[in-house]
Every structure is written in C-alpha cells, then in structure tokens.
Design a protein around this ligand. Structure first.
Ligand code: ZN
Length: 319
C-alpha cells in the first residue's frame, strides 16, 4: 500500500539527543508550529537508557537492573509528542540504534551502541534520509557544546551539521539552521529572582556567564513567543515523569513566571540568512522569517505546487 503524505509549505526539523529534551528545550516552539499548520518532524537520537528514574515504582527499569528504561521512554515520548501536537517522530536509525552515552567520562560512553561513539557519516546518513523526505527549510539542534556538554547533545550537534552539509551537496540545504540558546539577560533575571529561593536552580552560580548555555543577547537571532502553548509544553514535560519529578523546580518556575518561562524559547542562527526582526538586536519572532520567498526561488528547493502551497509526495517508507 502506498502511503501518501503532504509536504506543507513550512517544514521544521528538530534533532534532539534524548526523549524529554524536545519538551524541555523546544516544546513551545514545536507546539506553536504544529498548531499553526507547519510540518514538525522530531528526530530523537537515543532512547535515554541511562537516565535517572524519578518514579520509585519504576526503579527496576534502570540500566543497572532490567535495562528497560529506554523502551519505557518510547512511550513517554509518544505521549509528549501527542501533547505537543507533533505527529512525525522518528528515532535516528530506528529505535535503539544508538544508546544513551551517559554523562561525559563514564564507562557508558564506551558501550558499542553509545551515540557518542557513532560513526559520524553513518549517523548523518540516517538523518540525510529524513532530510531528503521532509525537505525542511528550518532545522533546530544544539550548539557545538551540546547546550550543556552532554556527549549525546554534542554528538547530535555534529551529526546534524554533517547531515546538513551532505544535504547541501545534493541541493537540499535547509534555509536556516538554529541552535538552542538562553540570552544572558534572561538568565540574569532568573538569577536575581531565585537568589532567595529555597529551591534555587542557580545555587552556586554567581554570574550568568558561568552557565555553558549563556549567550550574549546580541548573538541571539530568534525569540519565539509561543506563550499560547505553555500548557502544552508543561503537559509534555509531565509525560516524561521518569525524568522530571513532579516537584521539579522547572514546574515551580513555571508557576511563578507562567507563560513567559514555559512559552518563550530562544535560538542562535548557525546557518542561513536572518530574517526581519525587532528590538535592539533585531530578534526574529518567526523561525521562517525571510524563508518562504527564498525557498521557492532556490534551485533544488522544495518543488511546491498548487494554490495551497502543498504537494503530495510518496515517502520511501511509512511510519
Ligand atoms: Zn538530553
């Protein structure tokens, strides 16, 4: 049977390391674009087998015991995607192809399937297949430090950038590649706000610039205000119950800052041309800013036909 899907005119591809990263880091952005008719594709590189387990009844799933956490997290991720309204989700190379490497320097980095040890071109090849099918104009991943230094996040960055390079060689370069980031001004406001709190997530941090993901405001390219989706993001995070305790400071922050904390996400632009923006640094408010015209002009770009701006395609496989 042939499965026919439709390429909508705005297509966003996100590459994340573990189940839960999509919700914590980019959940509102994903929900915002899904709700406004863009095609949102999530690629998760590992099953997060090495995560801590915050649900006591499920402790036996841990890597050191039954080693079934990865399978359990597939279901958590499916629920999270449903909360975000995202229907196109894949695991890089298929579920279980790459294993969570654990924190930097641990022996789990050496596991034969650890994503940290993945052959770059092989892993990028899996992503290239998805790029060929989806033809995203916008790709999101992490910076070269993986936002905070976890090996799988660094590897997700490397694999994504290599896949984009390979896609460009085929005339399929996305118009833009963004990396997740936090502006210095936002972190400074957080430090000030939480200085006196008993559950201060910034305890021990004297200056925002000590945080690996702290980015000077002038280097931020896009501020995505998806505050209308903050409840979807929170629900998606709660779907990852093994990873995020119900008492997490993430939720107490959400209670205090509400929509602003949950609903606004920031990005630097790694590749492509920045579109029109506003404010002192010209921050874009839309990841597709300046893209639509370029996409239809670009040689080798998506072959968009029809008044609706969409075209049917037959993917190589179905999900
Ligand atoms: Zn992660």
């Amino acid at each position: 049977m042939t499965v026919v899907t439709t390429l909508t005119d705005r297509r966003l591809l996100l590459v994340h390391a573990h189940p839960d990263d999509e919700s914590i880091g980019t959940g509102s952005t994903m929900a915002h674009y899904a709700a406004t008719g863009a095609h949102v594709t999530l690629v998760t590189c590992t099953l997060g087998e090495e995560g801590e387990i915050h649900v006591p009844e499920l402790a036996g799933l841990a890597a050191a015991e039954a080693d079934q956490l990865g399978g359990y997290r597939i279901a958590e991720l499916a629920t999270a995607c449903a909360e975000l309204g995202v229907t196109d989700h894949r695991f890089l190379g298929g579920a279980g192809r790459y294993r969570d490497s654990g924190m930097m320097g641990l022996s789990t980095n050496e596991h034969p399937r650890a994503f940290w040890g993945a052959d770059l071109d092989e892993a990028a090849g899996y992503l290239l297949e998805i790029i060929r099918e989806v033809r995203p104009q916008v790709v999101i991943t992490y910076d070269d430090n993986g936002f905070y230094g976890h090996p799988d996040h660094i590897q997700a960055h490397r694999v994504t950038m290599r896949a984009v390079e390979l896609a460009a060689a085929e005339g399929l370069a996305p118009a833009k590649v963004y990396w997740t980031a936090m502006p210095q001004s936002v972190l400074e406001a957080g430090l000030t706000h939480f200085a006196e709190a008993s559950d201060n997530p910034f305890a021990g941090i004297a200056d925002a610039t000590e945080l690996p993901f702290c980015t000077p405001d002038e280097e931020i390219a896009a501020r995505i205000d998806a505050t209308e989706q903050h409840a979807a993001k929170e629900a998606a995070m709660r779907a990852h119950a093994t990873q995020i305790p119900a008492t997490s400071w993430l939720y107490s922050i959400a209670g205090n800052f509400g929509a602003e904390f949950m609903g606004v996400e920031y990005f630097t632009l790694a590749l492509g041309e920045k579109g029109p923006g506003s404010g002192p640094y010209g921050w874009e408010s839309d990841l597709f800013a300046g893209v639509a015209a370029a996409a239809s002009d670009a040689a080798g770009g998506p072959d968009v036909v029809g008044a609706s701006g969409s075209r049917p395609v037959t993917p190589a496989g179905h999900r």
